[in-house]
Design a protein around this ligand. Sequence first.
Ligand SMILES: NC(=O)C1=CN([C@@H]2O[C@H](COP(=O)(O)OP(=O)(O)OC[C@H]3O[C@@H](n4cnc5c(N)ncnc54)[C@H](OP(=O)(O)O)[C@@H]3O)[C@@H](O)[C@H]2O)C=CC1
Ligand SMILES: CC(=O)N[C@@H](CCC(=O)OP(=O)(O)O)C(=O)O
Length: 362
Amino acid sequence: MPSVSIVNVTSYTGLELLRLLSQHPQFVVTSVTGRSAVGKRLDEVFPQLSSLLAFNQAATPAVNPKLVIGEEPAQTDLAFVCLPHAAAAEMVAHLLKRGTRVVDLSADFRLYDVAVYEEWYKHVHPAPALIEDAVYGLCERYRERIRKSSLVANPGCHSSTAILGLLPAFAAGIINPDVIIDSKTGISGAGRSPSLKTHYAEVNEDMSAYSLEGHRHLAEIVQELIAGAKDGGHPLSAPPRITFIPHLAPMTRGILATCYADLKPDAQQRMPTTAEIRALYEEYYANEPFVHVVDQPPHTKWTYGSNHCFIYPVVDVRTQRLIVISCLDNLVKGASGQAVQNANLLYGYPETMGLSIVGVNP
Ligand SMILES: NC(=O)C1=CN([C@@H]2O[C@H](COP(=O)(O)OP(=O)(O)OC[C@H]3O[C@@H](n4cnc5c(N)ncnc54)[C@H](OP(=O)(O)O)[C@@H]3O)[C@@H](O)[C@H]2O)C=CC1
Ligand SMILES: CC(=O)N[C@@H](CCC(=O)OP(=O)(O)O)C(=O)O
């Protein structure tokens, strides 16, 4: 059974990995780190984990709540890195050097062009030589490459939502590459560190837009939609024109992106119908266990705590625009669940292993 470390278990994504891996029949978490909790047991920091003791009958349980949090990760087969960007790249370089396979939840290896990374992240990339070895960890697109990889760059949460929502339309060339993405996110997307921006009294019953000057996830979205269009046989002649505006919504988890684009007429100057587009989307995701094309606008509550993404494409007949609503849980399909899906691919396990849970609703 592969041994696993979680680097920075004191993060929301680290904690979510513990929850998911506690149900995984193959991986065994043997090392966890977190500067603010060094020397403490997992169940001291996260008392809810003590409930696992009643179920941990195996000699090596997947998650042992008595595991002591360290400063540095011990040698393991696989590591999930849940550090902020830049710190993550340094840790990833260290782990790869000692032969550990890595799923990095940060943004450090998601962009194939280091100049684009440095433009958006405003610092010099700490390990640019590793970028070419990394695979963008959107399993629905790159599962064959992920299987052979040692470094998976787990996608961003807004990016996953928007890319999954728009890929079929870009691959089929049915829209003008001029898109507006209006993405609403739960507060946990901002992480666990205290900040006025995420203080309860500030965000409860409040909605606001942020990063209007340009959000970092735009770079990933552009990169992947260009690739999706090309691989679908409809390469773009120029970069897509995308306006992506994230909004903070008064909920703990969840992302709901509403995407708008003008439809292109077919060779007979006829516009596609909702039924045709839904059929196209259903075909694109026909064999995907975690992506579901639905016939009504999805709710973030459908995804709460699960690795599922729900997508609703519909034509606005008055304007001949395609509207696609896509939603998922930022901490699961948008982060830790997708990371486990990637780890399953790395080890040749069924992609769904340990991820069969349905969303909590209400
Ligand atoms: N939250 C989300 O929905 C998503 C997050 N991500 C990405 O996943 C990674 C983890 O995110 P998230 O779980 O939100 O993180 P959190 O903000 O919840 O955790 C941050 C923790 O990281 C530790 N930390 C901060 N700076 C450093 C540093 N320089 N070196 C080492 N440790 C540091 C601190 O813990 P301590 O002091 O205990 O070490 C801090 O509490 C990030 O790269 C994030 O961008 C990706 C997709 C979605
Ligand atoms: C609410 C909120 O602040 N969300 C974060 C999501 C960040 C994320 O997904 O992580 P990466 O930085 O790894 O891309 C944001 O919009 O920046």
